[in-house]
Design a protein around this ligand. Structure first.
Ligand SMILES: CC/C=C\C=C\CC(=O)SCCNC(=O)CCNC(=O)[C@H](O)C(C)(C)COP(=O)(O)OP(=O)(O)OC[C@H]1O[C@@H](n2cnc3c(N)ncnc32)[C@H](O)[C@@H]1OP(=O)(O)O
Length: 302
């Protein structure tokens, strides 16, 4: 018991709960994103080019990666709600931005050099999308209106997908001469049960509406309008933020790892991590609260 008490004292440190629950981070400013703190530990990342339906220009591709890499290290952030400003989640790749698919060596005569530059560009865009997954804070993707092309890549990478009833989705790449290359073809088959449906959607570029998205499991909730969607997304985010951040982030790490590995490899993975995490102060505090019939504890920051 003495050991438990001293660990509890250590975990609360000298700081007041109020101080620990308030954000003290400085949030970078972005040109194409609005990043705000919605409530304690709940961050909101908004794709913010509403007049272009949040189409992803070169700056947005770069800033999405930068923002999620910053949030990954932000101790005040435990969960992220990702949405689009205005009437769309995103209309996908910005087709009016010439730089978006043209690396700087476009006029180089040598095909090998042009290919290398294009390869680097694609890998950069892939890294931007993957940054949602590498950030161990759960990402709730709240979508309204169109979610086209790159939007499906991003949504497929999020941990939880919700949408409003007016939303629709389209893996549009084959219709504009592209094979989707930043994550949809790799992640969507693992996000929804039917590979036949994934193949159909990717090969025909047919739109699917919110009801079908729910039926096939692409989204886990459909809400009547954007207002109720955002309310539900932030409530869900707050409930995740109230959990032990150590446990939540380990759960995300394990879920992502398990998606891409065998059950046995994944069990070994969580056993290796949990040999440390089972000694967490958060577990001790929870056990103490249960034993003393106290309310659930407030967890310290990471
Ligand atoms: C390495 C490669 C990495 C990633 C590759 C990703 C591939 C893709 O993302 S493929 C998908 C590309 N996107 C599209 O083809 C969608 C194009 N847009 C539309 O079809 C329509 O806008 C719509 C989504 C069906 C919505 O139609 P509507 O409601 O009638 O609005 P609009 O008047 O068309 O749009 C309003 C405003 O936004 C501009 N805009 C829309 N989409 C884009 C876009 N993708 N790129 C640039 N700009 C876009 C549109 O031009 C309008 O602007 P105005 O100035 O008002 O004309």
């Amino acid at each position: 018991m003495f050991q438990l008490a001293s660990r509890l004292a250590r975990s609360t440190g000298g700081m007041s709960l109020l101080k620990r629950n308030c954000s003290s981070s400085t949030i970078p400013q972005y040109e194409t994103l609005a990043v705000t703190v919605h409530s304690p530990f709940v961050y909101h990342v908004e794709l913010n080019r509403p007049d272009r339906l949040n189409a992803m220009n070169g700056t947005m591709w770069r800033e999405v990666g930068e923002a999620f890499r910053v949030l990954a290290d932000d101790k005040d952030c435990r969960v992220v709600v990702l949405s689009g400003a205005g009437r769309a989640f995103t209309a996908g790749l910005d087709l009016s931005d010439p730089s978006v698919l043209m690396p700087s060596v476009e006029d180089d005569d040598d095909i090998a050099r042009r290919c290398q530059a294009m390869h680097r560009l694609i890998r950069r865009y892939q890294d931007s999308v993957t940054s949602l997954e590498k950030c161990l804070k759960p990402v709730i993707c709240a979508m309204n209106g169109p979610c086209v092309g790159a939007g499906v890549d991003i949504a497929s990478t999020a941990d939880i997908r919700l949408c409003s009833s007016d939303s629709w989705f389209q893996i549009k790449e084959v219709a504009i001469g592209l094979a989707a290359d930043v994550g949809t073809l790799q992640r969507l088959p693992k996000a929804i049960g039917s590979r036949s449906l994934v193949n159909e959607l990717a090969l025909t570029a047919r739109k699917f509406l919110s009801a079908e998205a729910k039926e096939c499991g692409f989204v886990s909730g459909v809400f009547p309008d954007k207002e109720s969607l955002m309310k539900a997304a932030f409530e869900m985010a707050a409930s995740i933020a109230a959990m032990s951040p150590v446990a939540v982030q380990m759960t995300k790490r394990s879920l992502v790892f398990s998606r891409d590995h065998t059950v046995d490899e994944s069990l070994e993975h969580i056993a290796s991590w949990n040999q440390a995490l089972l000694q967490s102060d958060d577990l001790m505090k929870s056990a103490m609260a249960a034993a003393t019939k106290s309310p659930p504890p407030t967890f310290s920051k990471l």
